[in-house]
Ligand binder design. Structure first.
Ligand code: HXC
Ligand code: NAP
Length: 300
């Protein structure tokens, strides 16, 4: 018990909701990103919100972009007031390159530079391949894969090509074993993992590093809720994960901070799996997952 308490107390702080942490213990220098500017897609919620907070706590200003401007504006207020840095909320849809270009121009007008791009926006739901419509597969590919390419290309051509920069793509381990009910998201993320390596090769000479962080099940997120994380946790399924628990959002943000910053200055084209060892041991429990899928008539 005492040993377990010690382990838990070593975890970084987090809160389940899309709010800033009330306390934060620095692992890296608080000046690590001083006066840098980070652009985070999907930075208004979940893992993207916490990534934005942690980057801002290390001295940078931020731009958060996604479809829901009300949500983003609320998030930006919270982030600025907790960190003392500036946060600009901009509407964009990563499937529409012109909305990305407009947001990038706004960001450059406001801050004069972009140093870091985090491709975090994604869409996902549980669905067996047979029930997945053509449009459903296409939608997830367009948000996750096209969205990552579109945003990277706009930021590269407008700024990184001449100034260098660091891109971190948020992926998933779904495709490593072929997770049931996830052909859409697993395929999209696998394409992104290849994209990370392709762009690392092409853009390295311009001083651009591109890396991937692949989270496991992360509590306090929409992904966790949609993919049955709560029932997995209460049924004890996470005991099969080598680290025997879900991850928290701050742990993901720390991985991103490493990859985005000069802490990883000679790292490019790499994937950091931050899943407690989950994909190595988790069962691909098809009957149970299909039970989830078919026990409900509506979409999951
Ligand atoms: C089956 C579904 C569905 C569901 C939508 N579709 N939801 N099919 N099951 N639950 C189908 C629709 O019927 C439609 O196809 C097509 O998908 C597009 O749906 P729209 O609602 O029109 O799309 P859109 O409004 O663009 O919304 C995109 C979305 C939505 C992905 C469907 O859920 C969304 O905006 N999600 C963003 C938030 C999110 O998903 N967060 C979790 C990320 S977690 P038809 O044929 O009817 O036209 C994550 C975790 C990864 O990525 C790994 C975890 C381990
Ligand atoms: P989330 O809060 O739903 O994050 C997704 C974000 O993407 C939202 O803020 C959403 O904002 C934005 N978004 C969706 N479609 C968009 C579009 N077309 N254009 C612009 N922005 C869009 O979910 P999350 O669980 O934190 O997921 C964050 C990332 O972690 C994703 O890449 C996900 O695949 C990855 N991941 C999560 C887990 C997990 O356990 N949660 C595990 C593995 C990987 P709007 O609705 O405002 O557009």
């Amino acid at each position: 018990m005492a040993e377990e308490q010690t382990r838990v107390s070593e975890l970084p702080e987090d809160v389940e909701t899309d709010d800033c942490m009330t306390t934060y213990t620095y692992i890296y220098s608080p000046d690590l990103l001083k006066d840098h500017v980070a652009f985070i897609t999907g930075g208004g919620s979940g893992i993207g919100f916490r990534i934005t907070e942690v980057l801002m706590r290390h001295g940078c200003d931020a731009v958060i972009g996604s479809r829901n401007l009300d949500k983003l504006t609320q998030a930006a207020k919270k982030l600025s007031s907790a960190t003392g840095r500036r946060c600009l909320a901009l509407p964009m849809d990563v499937r529409q390159p012109e909305t990305i270009s407009t947001a990038v121009e706004e960001a450059l007008k406001e801050f004069g530079r972009i140093d870091i791009l985090i491709n975090n926006a994604a869409g996902n739901f549980l669905c067996p391949a047979t029930a997945l419509s053509f449009n459903a597969f296409k939608t997830v590919m367009e948000i996750d894969t096209m969205g990552t390419f579109n945003t990277s290309k706009v930021v590269y051509e407008r700024w990184f090509k001449d100034h260098g920069g660091s891109i971190v793509n948020i992926s998933a381990t779904l495709g490593y074993k072929g997770q049931a009910l996830q052909v859409h998201a697993g395929s999209a993320k696998a394409a992104n993992d290849a994209m990370t390596r392709h762009l690392a090769v092409e853009w390295g000479p311009s001083g651009v590093r591109i890396n991937t962080l692949a989270p496991g099940p992360i509590s306090g997120t929409e992904g966790f809720r949609r993919l049955g994380g709560m029932s997995a946790e209460s049924s004890g399924a996470f005991q099969t994960i080598p680290l025997q628990r879900a991850g928290n959002k701050t742990e993901m943000a720390h991985g991103v901070l490493f990859l985005a910053s000069r802490a990883s200055s000679y790292v490019t084209g790499a994937c950091l799996v931050a899943d407690g060892g989950s994909w190595l041991t988790s069962a691909n429990n098809l009957p149970a997952l299909l039970g989830i899928a078919f026990s409900q008539s509506a979409k999951l």
